[in-house]
Design a protein around this ligand. Structure first.
Ligand code: HEC
Ligand code: HEC
Ligand code: HEC
Ligand code: HEC
Length: 467
């Protein structure tokens, strides 16, 4: 314990209030009084496909542009940038027919990480969702920065197990392991071609080998263990960066000579660890740690913005159609049909923000993004819902309309036609439940949502309802 505790550490502790202020406002990093650090590590993990903030509400964090911008403006020649896994996807259950879309998105994520100057990236289990091929292609995009010491295919190790980096006058060894306890068997279609070696054994072996050449050894560990400190200490590494754990540490965990930190979920923060070394640059003497919130105060990075502009162009060209939704009763009619019999509801709805929700996407050029459309149009993903006309969709069903809340009304509005009869099951529900709203007004996109308050704000019909 003694080995690492230091004046610098005490200094940052005594300014606890300063840290809180920093977390709130992302103030510029204070220049350390004594000397500049021997090594600075920027670290992230679990980006989980979060390319950018959606902008649905103010005060959102994250995005690859802010991350690149922060790293670029704070890095120097003694800097290492690392990621501890689960970069591309938010889980393992994305429909397989979306592979083309997710491949494009993954390549954007990788390019942005290259722009940000990442030295090494550990894949997580989720990154394997669409197979090793996609991951390898992206490894090439990023200039072979992927490492993993315990993932094997029939033909051998899937990635390089470790790397040695010259950082200024230091030699740093980097290795990484994924979780051998993950229930791979539950997803046989994804993992049947892989073998995962015991995480701790693989880590120890790599660390031992790296020690022969490197002064400081960093281990990336994408895994859940009950005792992170113990795992880290047993690995023998100097610094262990855990992924797959969204907890935000106020300060690193310490165990003997090992420092333990964690990445953050969805790229909302980035970690910074400054290290001062001793014993011929082979031991950590002291450190400073920061969890930096990537808020709106951080300017965008022009290179990542250019990449995002290209991404939007690609989405416009491809017009990805997510049409695998099922369970729709009837079909979508569109608000103009409802207007005929529900003139007052239509009139009231017309003056709400819902009636213009599509234009919010047009403003930023995001109107072709299949990850934005579901909440800003009607029936996206359903056979008769919003979509590219050439692919069988209806281009006129823009905005949040009657049928987002009341359900598809095609059969209902038809009932008066000759030969038709009023089917009571086809009358849309009058009562729109709160959970219909929170399907779109979720915690991330609408953190201030309150059903009663938002209804009064004119969420549905602004003032009086229908007939
Ligand atoms: C899960 C549903 C959902 C998704 C997906 C979604 N949005 Fe939104 N968006 C909302 C909601 C709800 C609001 C209104 C939030 C509020 O005012 O409380 C909103 C508001 C907005 C606004 C603000 C509009 C204004 O008038 O100020 C913008 C801009 C926006 N979204 C852009 C996007 C973009 C870009 C994407 C894709 C990256 C996206 N949204 C994806 C639900 C969503
Ligand atoms: C041809 C006329 C007509 C059209 C078009 C029409 N409706 Fe209706 N709608 C009615 C009638 C009549 C009722 C009342 C049925 C009842 O109470 O048995 C009704 C009931 C409703 C109700 C329940 C309200 C209540 O007080 O019971 C909702 C909600 C509704 N319609 C929504 C829609 C939506 C959404 C559309 C467009 C997709 C639409 N309607 C199109 C005639 C129409
Ligand atoms: C954002 C969700 C939302 C949208 C969009 C929406 N409604 Fe409603 N609608 C509601 C809610 C909520 C109620 C009130 C239900 C209650 O009282 O529990 C309602 C009530 C109604 C009623 C019953 C009226 C009454 O006075 O009892 C009708 C008819 C209706 N809506 C038709 C429409 C039509 C037509 C449109 C499109 C022009 C539309 N709604 C758009 C949420 C919505
Ligand atoms: C299909 C997704 C969706 C559903 C369902 C939905 N909303 Fe919205 N809502 C949005 C989007 C998107 C916006 C932002 C529109 C904009 O400003 O461009 C929004 C905006 C609003 C606003 C305006 C907020 C502001 O800042 O002025 C209110 C109020 C609102 N919604 C209430 C509701 C209520 C109440 C319900 C349920 C009865 C509901 N919404 C259901 C997507 C949805």
């Amino acid at each position: 314990m003694r080995a690492i505790s230091s004046a610098r550490f005490r200094l940052s502790r005594s300014t606890g209030f300063g840290i809180i202020l920093f977390l709130l406002f992302t103030a510029p990093i204070a220049v350390h009084a004594a000397s500049s650090p021997d090594l600075t590590i920027f670290f992230s993990s679990d980006t989980r496909g979060m390319i950018r903030r959606c902008g649905c509400t103010d005060g959102q964090l994250g995005g690859l542009s802010a991350r690149a911008s922060y790293i670029k403006s704070h890095r120097n020649n003694e800097t290492l940038v690392l990621d501890a896994g689960d970069t591309f996807f938010d889980g393992l259950d994305d429909p397989k027919d979306r592979k083309a879309f997710y491949s494009l998105k993954a390549s954007v994520l990788m390019k942005a990480m290259k722009i940000s100057g990442y030295d090494a990236i550990l894949p997580g289990e989720y990154d394997l969702e669409f197979g090793l091929g996609l991951l390898k292609n992206n490894a090439r995009v990023a200039g072979d920065r992927l490492i993993c010491a315990n993932l094997y295919t029939a033909s051998g190790p899937a990635f390089q197990g470790s790397m040695i980096k010259k950082i200024g006058r230091l030699t740093v060894g980097i290795t990484g392991v994924i979780d051998d306890k993950f229930p791979y068997g539950t997803f046989p279609s994804i993992f049947k071609r892989f073998r995962v070696e015991n995480s701790l054994e693989a880590a120890r072996r790599q660390v031992r080998t790296l020690r022969e050449k490197a002064g400081i050894v960093v281990l990336l560990a994408h895994l859940s263990v009950s005792d992170q400190k113990k795992f880290a200490a047993e690995s023998g590494a100097d610094v262990v960066i855990f992924g797959d754990d969204g907890g935000i540490l106020k300060k690193p965990l310490r165990y003997g000579n090992t420092l333990v930190v964690k990445g953050f979920y969805e790229g909302k923060l980035i970690g910074r660890l400054d290290l001062w070394l001793g014993h011929g640059n082979k031991k950590i003497k002291s450190y400073k740690y920061k969890a930096v919130r990537l808020g709106e105060g951080i300017p965008p990075d022009p290179d990542v913005e250019e990449l995002l502009a290209e991404y939007r162009q690609m989405l416009k060209k491809e017009r990805f159609a997510f049409t695998d939704m099922t369970g729709l009763k009837g079909y979508f009619a569109g608000p103009d049909k409802c207007k005929k019999c529900h003139a007052r509801s239509f009139h009231n709805w017309s003056s709400t923000k819902h009636a213009r929700a599509f234009s919010a996407l047009v403003k930023t050029g995001d109107q072709y993004d299949p990850e934005c459309l579901p909440c800003h149009v009607t029936g996206y993903g359903y056979p008769t819902g919003y979509g590219d006309r050439a692919k069988g969709g209806r281009a006129d069903l823009k905005n949040v309309t009657c049928e987002n809340c009341h359900g598809a009304g095609g059969l209902h509005y038809n009932y008066e036609r000759p030969g038709n009869y009023l089917d009571p099951y086809n009358v849309p529900p009058v009562h729109v439940k709160e959970k219909v709203c929170t399907g779109c007004h979720d915690d991330y996109r609408s953190p201030n949502f309150d059903f009663k308050k938002y209804e009064q704000m004119g969420g549905a019909h602004r003032g009086n309802n229908g007939p």
